[in-house]
Design a protein around this ligand. Structure first.
Ligand code: ZN
Length: 349
């Protein structure tokens, strides 16, 4: 049944049983909604109608013009709602005729993650998993900068960052989590400030210590996923061994000059190969790092973003990860190679 805004206003104004249902988007609601209306985006109807609406009540469905409200009614019918009325003139006409409006108190979380909610194959379910996740980031340097920024933006509920270093001028060519004002500060303090400014809804725990065999077990045992953003093999092997022990997925990346290597060890799967299977430890061998051989500033940025992507995929179960595959990106010739590797029988993992 269709009706004009005037009838809708009169019907809903005096009755709690009759409810205006605004199916426009959150960005439109910010400018105003019909007074007392229930807000539910068209794209959320399948997921949220059952929890936000009651089949006992009558809904007067409104959008800007009348197209989305027509679609909303079709969807609600398939969900078993029957008491539906189409306000054909829409909110445009509601404003023109000067019926009362209000600025709703929109859930900011809802708006912040709107693009994830809309994303096919992702949606609220995946976003909820991110909110509940706790990630340990080892190192707030080049890799940690871009991974932390994207993980904070994505709404990972808790990020613990462990790093004992202070920001120096030569870091700023690639470590975009810090800035010129933070030179001399602890990297974890600078990181906490930046990430909290980006997303105040999440918790950042900064640990100003170097990861070592004493502090690492507790840190790793308490999180869901570990991201290795360290720059030395000793730490990498320590993290690898503890992640195996505590069955925590480990997202690995390393950079060298123009090249980035990324892989994931999913130790929730007991058949997963480990870092020692991929790079058997050679006593006393320490390859050159950024401080001696240089690195193009964007390389750790790209690798860190890839680590963030792997982490999001592991948490949500969306898509395929780089388990048992080493991705090698060479920015000199824009080449992407993926090398498969296997568990070594003699390895203790
Ligand atoms: Zn192994």
């Amino acid at each position: 049944m269709t009706l004009a805004v005037k009838q809708a206003y009169q019907t809903c104004h005096n009755s709690e049983h009759n409810i205006l249902l605004d199916v426009r988007t959150a960005s439109e609601w910010k400018k105003g909604i019909p007074q007392g209306a229930l807000c539910l985006e068209l794209s959320d109807i399948n997921d949220l109608a059952q929890s936000k609406m009651s089949k006992e009540q009558c809904y007067y469905v409104i959008c800007q013009t009348s197209q989305r409200s027509a679609l909303a009614i079709e969807r609600l019918k398939t969900l078993g709602f029957v008491n539906l009325f189409h306000v054909v003139e829409g909110y445009q006409e509601w404003l023109k005729q000067d019926f009362p409006i209000e600025i709703p108190n929109i859930d900011k979380t809802e708006v912040r993650y709107q693009r994830h909610h809309q994303l096919k194959g992702f949606g609220r379910k995946a976003q909820d998993k991110l909110t509940k996740a706790h990630v340990l980031l080892i190192g707030a340097g080049g890799l940690g900068s871009s991974s932390a920024l994207y993980l904070a933006a994505a709404g990972i509920g808790q990020i613990t960052i462990v790093d004992d270093d202070r920001v120096s001028l030569s870091n700023l060519q690639r470590q975009i989590l810090h800035n010129t004002d933070s030179i001399g500060s602890l990297k974890v303090d600078s990181a906490t400030k930046q990430l909290s400014a980006l997303n105040p809804e999440i918790k950042i725990h900064g640990i100003a210590q170097r990861l070592n065999p004493n502090n690492a077990p507790e840190l790793i045992a308490n999180v869901d996923i570990v991201i290795d953003g360290s720059d030395n093999l000793k730490t990498r092997y320590l993290v690898n061994d503890l992640c195996i022990q505590f069955k925590k997925p480990l997202v690995y990346a390393a950079v060298y000059q123009y090249e980035a290597q990324i892989t994931t060890f999913d130790f929730t799967n007991k058949h997963s190969p480990c870092l020692r299977c991929l790079f058997p430890q050679t006593e006393g061998f320490e390859p050159d790092n950024c401080s001696t051989e240089g690195v193009l500033g964007v390389v750790p940025g790209i690798a860190g973003v890839w680590q963030a992507t792997e982490t999001i995929k592991l948490i949500t179960g969306v898509g395929e990860t780089l388990c048992s595959k080493l991705l090698i990106i060479d920015l000199i010739d824009n080449s992407f190679r993926t090398i498969k590797y296997f568990r070594i029988k003699s390895c203790h993992c």
